[in-house]
Design a protein around this ligand. Structure first.
Ligand code: COA
Ligand code: ZN
Length: 304
């Protein structure tokens, strides 16, 4: 039997870098994205067309897109918060945008300064215009398993937002555990609650590893039939609007586990480690990916 495919959406250049203190040079970002492509990643969230003062780390989005040598087999996407962001994304020639809202109203207000309901109304025409321009759209639902401001979030809150995003034309919804609160039990219960409401082939899952449960949560997603996961190379990441959020699940760790389970991802692990190394050199801390760290230590050991 041919191995089953799992799609990885690499979010390190966006979700990762937006939370790094260090400003990474534009040329390094471009090299990083190109190295990720060379490692076999086919979906990469490159940057954000948000207000440059909201996320100064990604203020060079246009520059990054203009310098990239693009591979026609790769979907290069960007986060877009409103119509102005879409105009910028179209001018930059992105192949996919991501719109974003959250399961909790307070989080949306902190993030994009409007209510959850207003965010859905704002995105409806943005999604329609993107589709009219041949750009596919994914929708993020943040804080699905808990909110830094509101605490516990019910499954119904996230499911309703995901339904609204799919209804307006998003091809996929990414279900986000923004502050890394979910346990495997929570994920299993959430997916069971969503089973009759959301098509499983339009669900992606986005875990942060704040409390060490991200990879276990992926397994619960796999068990329920989810085949798209977001992760960031080296485990870069977090969210400046989510106090205490730490990095995304590391792409290396995810792929190591998936390959061991017999899934195909199209990604070459040694080349992925090389891609992460291009960014590691510019950071003020060690990359958290355990696989990355092990690979680096082992490459220094004498061959027996
Ligand atoms: N790109 C660049 N500039 C933008 C913009 C965009 N996408 N959206 C709005 N602006 C500009 C407007 O043109 C306006 O400029 P002016 O003052 O020179 O006329 C100014 O920003 C204010 O516009 P307004 O619509 O009132 O926006 P706001 O100040 O309420 O900010 C957002 C709203 C959504 C643009 C801003 O909060 C944002 O970018 N947030 C992103 C948060 C994020 O990325 N979070 C990470 C995800 S976890
Ligand atoms: Zn995230």
């Amino acid at each position: 039997m041919a191995p089953q495919l799992v799609e990885i959406v690499e979010v390190g250049p966006r979700d990762g870098l937006q939370n790094e203190r260090v400003r990474v040079a534009t040329a390094t970002k471009v090299r990083f994205v190109e190295a990720l492509v060379a490692a076999g990643l086919r979906r990469i969230e490159v940057s954000s067309f948000v207000h440059p003062q909201a996320i100064p780390q990604l203020a060079d989005a246009e520059k990054v897109f203009s310098l990239l040598h693009r591979d026609p087999n790769v979907r290069y996407s960007a986060l877009v918060p409103n119509a102005r962001g879409l105009t910028r994304a179209i001018a930059a020639g992105v192949s996919e945008i991501a719109v974003f809202t959250a399961a909790s109203d307070t989080f949306v207000r902190h993030n994009i300064r409007m209510s959850q309901q207003q965010s859905l109304e704002l995105f409806r025409p943005v999604v329609a215009e993107a589709l009219a321009n041949g750009i596919s759209v994914r929708g993020y639902v943040s804080t699905v398993f808990g909110c830094p401001y509101e605490g516990k979030i019910t499954a119904e809150q996230g499911i309703a937002v995901a339904e609204a995003l799919l209804a307006m034309g998003c091809r996929e919804v990414s279900i986000g555990d923004t502050i890394g609160l979910a346990t495997p039990g929570d994920v299993r219960r959430w997916l069971a609650a969503a089973e009759d409401r959301l098509p499983i082939d339009q669900i992606a899952m986005h875990f942060h590893d704040t409390r060490g449960t991200a990879l276990a949560n992926v397994l619960m997603g796999l068990e329920a039939g989810v085949r798209v996961f977001d992760s960031s190379a080296g485990g870069l990441g977090g969210c400046p609007y989510a106090p205490g959020a730490s990095g995304n699940l590391a792409t290396e760790d995810l792929i190591f586990a998936l390959h061991g389970m017999g899934f195909d991802t199209g990604v070459d692990l040694p080349r992925l480690v090389q891609a992460s190394a291009t960014i590691a050199a510019e950071l003020d801390h060690l990359l958290p990916s355990r696989y990355f760290q092990a690979a680096r230590v082992q490459s220094c050991l004498p061959v027996a």
